[in-house]
Each structure stands twice: as structure tokens, then as C-alpha cells.
Design a protein around this ligand. Structure first.
Ligand SMILES: Cc1cc2nc3c(=O)[nH]c(=O)nc-3n(C[C@H](O)[C@H](O)[C@H](O)COP(=O)(O)OP(=O)(O)OC[C@H]3O[C@@H](n4cnc5c(N)ncnc54)[C@H](O)[C@@H]3O)c2cc1C
Ligand SMILES: *[C@@H]1O[C@H](CO)[C@@H](O)[C@H](O)[C@H]1NC(C)=O
Ligand SMILES: *[C@@H]1O[C@H](CO)[C@@H](O)[C@H](O)[C@H]1NC(C)=O
Length: 430
């Protein structure tokens, strides 16, 4: 049964629930947007002093594409996204293993990928246009709660709410302050060099080894070798280029979105490869050396008192090969907004438990999907073909509608918790 409130666009009766969100990344902004749409009162606290265009390429699967469309953002987002109709995958010698064709819509919705900074700005502006207060330059240093409310201390000031959401990203302070976890990431054994730059300025269009990337609009190519995969694409009609190359790396440097990589190290990874690889990589004026670390799944994302919760990368970081980190972060916020709406102010803690019950196993399954994709590419035989090396698009992942699903399953989840007591969710058996 689809709940009558499903996809209700115009608000909505006020629920009187005050939600404070820490972090204005994709998780925090999406949570803020959907909370306002469901009638909650929202305040966002963000550490950055100003909106900066950071990062390189980011992807949203059609599971979240359908949410962007529902918010009416397609016309703003689509023109600034990559328009990739196929992905050609080669082995290290440059022999084509497969040409994977993409349809514009998958499971009834678009998927979107483009520059993180540009897409973030669209969501940021949209959040503000809904009347949400986003306070910048806020450093949240404390989280606490009692029976009736939760609060944070930001820049020394205490701010009260019914619910506090920690959406403070992969190096989350909330994880330690709220859940009591010491952050002890382990090396995954892999790192990614990544870059985004102006293709024309760097001469991509003038080098016969690389001009195929901008001659016919946006292009998307990949190479896989033993324990290496490289993906490159162009955006905005071939004007901007990005590449990522994942390789074995045990070095112990800080996990960071801005740690610079050295071009000589990057080129070493593709020694003996199809010469187009080195030609493409060398075009970047600079790149980021991003270590991929593992964190064991947290057994819960909720505080002991039940009014503070973690969403997005703070709760569950993703491998880049899942292409779902930002999408799952957004699904968290959508689901929470619905659960709070259906539960009402007096049952906020029940709503939060039901939210975790609805989200937990799906998130874990999506995380494991990223490991499967990476292993598929890194262990592929040089003569692998077709589906053996294609990026999978499973329906359980991309056909999902988190808003609709929350309306469908909330009552059952809440009833089970009320009747049987709340048990921490179990990890799925794979
Ligand atoms: C600078 C940057 C660049 C990135 N570039 C890419 C990229 O190119 N490609 C990609 O796939 N992913 C990138 N990511 C990660 C990607 O945004 C996330 O994996 C995903 O969108 C989930 O988002 P999130 O909101 O959970 O976390 P994030 O996007 O990391 O957002 C967390 C937010 O919380 C804020 N914050 C942290 N601590 C506090 C505090 N104590 N008080 C207040 N605010 C706080 C941070 O400033 C940040 O804005 C980047 C993240 C960052 C921060
Ligand atoms: C977009 O869709 C295609 C085809 O469904 C898929 O293979 C690709 O991985 C998707 N991209 C993202 C970012 O999810
Ligand atoms: C976001 O809003 C700012 C300030 O109003 C504006 O300058 C900028 O162009 C907007 N960006 C987008 C992508 O709409």
C-alpha cells in the first residue's frame, strides 16, 4: 500500500519536530530538504566558512535520481552532468573487452554524475530556497541528550532540538562523541589517484593519443590490469576531463580529499600499458592521492539515549567502486524524514529506531556491492569479456525508492519494535 502522504510536494502540516543537522554535505543537505518537505523544523550547522567548490567527480544512481526529479531539480542538474552513453573497457594492452551501453533512464529515473562542487551548489541553493537556515563557520564540539531533548554545542553555544543528526562526513567527530568509537581506520591496501581539469587548457584536444576524449562530446573509457583499474570521462561536451586510477598501495598517509599525488608515481602504475593511459594521466596539472581505508561496520548508528543519530559517511563510508556513497547518504535522510513524520514528535525515538531498522541491511549490502565490483575488475583475466567486466546495475540497488519504501514499511517496523523491543540489526549474510 502506498501511503497517502507519498510524494506529497507542498507542505504539509508542521510536525513541531525540531531537527538539528551537523554538516552540509550531501547527507546533511538532503536530510534538511526532506525534513522540511515533511513539515519538520530544520537548522543546519556547517564547519566551512563559505561554500567552496571542492572535489572532482561524484555519482548518483537512479535510486537517488528519482528523488532529485521529485524535487524538481532535473533541469538544473542535467546540463552540468556528464552525458555518457557508453563505457568502453580495455585490458592493459588496449584491447577492447566490452562496450557497455547505457540507457538514459534506468528503472524509471536518470542517474547523474558530474563535478561534486557544482552539484553540491545546486543542492545547497535549493535547501536555502526552502527556507532552511544553514549556519556556516560552525564547529560542533559536543553532543548530548536527556529524556526530552538532544543538543549540540557549536562555537560554544548550546543548541537544543528533538533530534540531532550527525552528518559530518568520513572523518566524523560525531562517531566518537556520540557512539564512543575511536576512529581506527585500517588500510584497505588500495589508493586512488584522481584529477579533474580543463581539457582544452591542458591540450587533451590537441594530442592524437587523447583527442578521442573530446572530439565527440563526453566520452567514458576504462582500462583494467592486474589489481589496477583506471576510468576516465569528459564532461560538459568534452571540455572538462576527470580520471581515477585505483591501485595497490600500503603507504600510510592521511586519508584526505586534498593530499597531492606525484605524477611520476601515477605514471609508474601504467608502465607497459596502452600508451593512451599515460598520455591521459599526464595531462592533469595536479592530482589527489586518496587512500582508501576500511572501517568495520558500526553495530549501531544511534546514541544510547536515542535522540542522536549518524547518517552518510559518518555512519557508513563507501568504496568508490560502489558509486553509492552519496546516494546512500541521501537515502538515509529521506527515510529519516518520513519516519519522523509518521511517528510524530512524541515518538521521535521510536522513529529513529525504525529508521535504523529500515536502513541498516540495505546499506551493508550496498557497501559489499562496491567490494564485488572492485574485485571483479582487479581480478579480471586479460581476455575477460562482456558482463564479466561490466559495471552492474542491480535493480535492488538502483530501482529502489527510499521515500516510497519508508512509507510502505514504517508501520510494520515500528510495530515490531514496540511489541518485541528494539534489537540491534544484524549484518546480512552474503
Ligand atoms: C572536500 C570534499 C571533497 C569530496 N570530493 C569527492 C569527490 O570528488 N568524489 C566523491 O565521490 N566524493 C567526494 N567527497 C565525499 C562525498 O561528498 C561523500 O562521500 C558523500 O557525498 C557523503 O556525504 P556526507 O554528507 O556524508 O559527507 P561529506 O560530503 O564529507 O560532508 C560532511 C560535512 O560535514 C562538515 N563537518 C565536519 N565536521 C564538522 C563539525 N564538527 N561541525 C560542523 N560541520 C562539520 C564538513 O565540513 C562537510 O561539509 C568529498 C568530500 C569532501 C568533504
Ligand atoms: C548510470 O547508469 C548506467 C546504466 O544503468 C550504469 O551502468 C552506471 O554505472 C550508472 N552510473 C552511476 C553513477 O550510477
Ligand atoms: C547559488 O546561489 C548563489 C547566490 O545566490 C548564486 O550566485 C549561484 O549562481 C547559485 N548557483 C546555482 C548553481 O544555482
Amino acid at each position: 500500500m502506498v501511503h497517502p502522504n507519498y510524494a506529497q510536494v507542498a507542505p504539509r502540516n508542521s510536525t513541531g519536530i525540531k531537527v538539528v543537522i551537523v554538516g552540509a554535505g550531501f547527507a546533511g543537505l538532503a536530510c534538511a530538504i526532506e525534513c522540511v518537505r515533511k513539515g519538520h523544523e530544520v537548522l543546519v550547522l556547517e564547519k566551512f566558512k563559505a561554500l567552496k567548490s571542492l572535489g572532482d567527480i561524484i555519482s548518483f544512481g537512479s535510486n537517488v535520481g528519482r528523488i532529485f526529479e521529485r524535487w524538481g531539480l532535473h533541469d538544473q542538474i542535467w546540463p552540468i552532468c556528464n552525458h555518457l552513453s557508453e563505457l568502453t573497457i580495455h585490458n592493459s594492452k588496449g584491447e577492447i573487452l566490452t562496450v557497455q551501453h547505457f540507457t538514459e533512464m534506468r528503472y524509471g529515473a536518470h542517474n547523474y554524475s558530474g563535478h561534486r562542487g557544482a552539484l553540491h551548489e545546486v543542492l545547497f541553493n535549493y535547501t536555502k530556497s526552502l527556507g532552511v537556515e544553514i549556519r556556516l563557520g560552525q564547529d560542533v564540539t559536543e553532543y548530548d541528550e536527556d529524556e526530552g531533548r538532544a543538543w549540540v554545542v557549536s562555537n560554544g553555544e548550546r543548541i537544543d532540538a528533538d533530534v540531532v543528526v550527525g552528518a559530518d562526513g568520513v572523518r566524523s567527530r560525531a562517531r566518537t562523541l556520540v557512539l564512543g568509537y575511536d576512529d581506527k581506520p585500517k588500510s584497505s591496501g588500495y589508493a586512488v589517484y584522481r584529477a579533474w581539469f580543463d581539457a582544452y587548457e591542458q591540450g587533451v584536444d590537441r594530442d592524437p593519443l587523447t583527442d578521442f576524449m573530446c572530439k565527440n562530446g563526453d566520452a567514458f573509457y576504462g582500462w583494467i590490469g592486474p589489481d589496477v583499474h583506471m576510468l576516465t570521462s569528459t564532461a560538459r561536451g568534452g571540455r572538462f576531463m576527470s580520471w581515477v586510477i585505483t591501485h595497490k598501495d600500503e603507504a600510510d598517509i592521511e586519508e584526505s580529499w586534498s593530499f597531492p599525488g606525484k605524477m611520476e608515481d601515477v605514471l609508474k602504475v601504467v608502465e607497459g600499458y596502452d600508451p593512451r593511459c599515460a598520455a591521459i594521466l599526464a595531462k592533469a596539472p595536479s592530482c589527489v592521492d586518496w587512500k582508501i581505508v576500511y572501517r568495520d561496520p558500526l553495530p549501531t548508528w544511534i546514541s544510547k539515549g536515542g535522540r542522536i543519530l549518524l547518517i552518510g559517511d559518518a555512519a557508513h563510508p563507501f568504496l568508490p567502486t560502489s558509486a553509492q556513497g552519496a546516494s546512500q547518504a541521501i537515502e538515509d535522510g529521506i527515510t529519516l524524514a518520513v519516519a519522523l513524520q509518521l511517528a510524530g514528535k512524541d515518538n521521535a525515538r521510536l522513529a529513529i529506531q525504525a529508521w535504523e531498522k529500515i536502513r541498516y541491511q540495505r546499506v551493508r549490502r550496498a557497501q559489499l556491492f562496491g567490494e564485488q565490483v572492485r574485485d571483479m575488475w582487479h581480478k579480471a583475466k586479460p581476455e575477460a569479456k562482456g558482463a564479466e567486466v561490466e559495471m552492474p546495475s542491480p535493480e535492488w540497488l538502483l530501482g529502489h525508492d527510499s521515500e516510497r519504501h519508508a512509507y510502505e514499511v514504517y508501520e510494520d517496523a515500528a510495530r515490531e519494535i514496540s511489541e518485541g523491543g528494539y534489537r540491534l540489526p544484524e549484518l546480512p549474510v552474503m
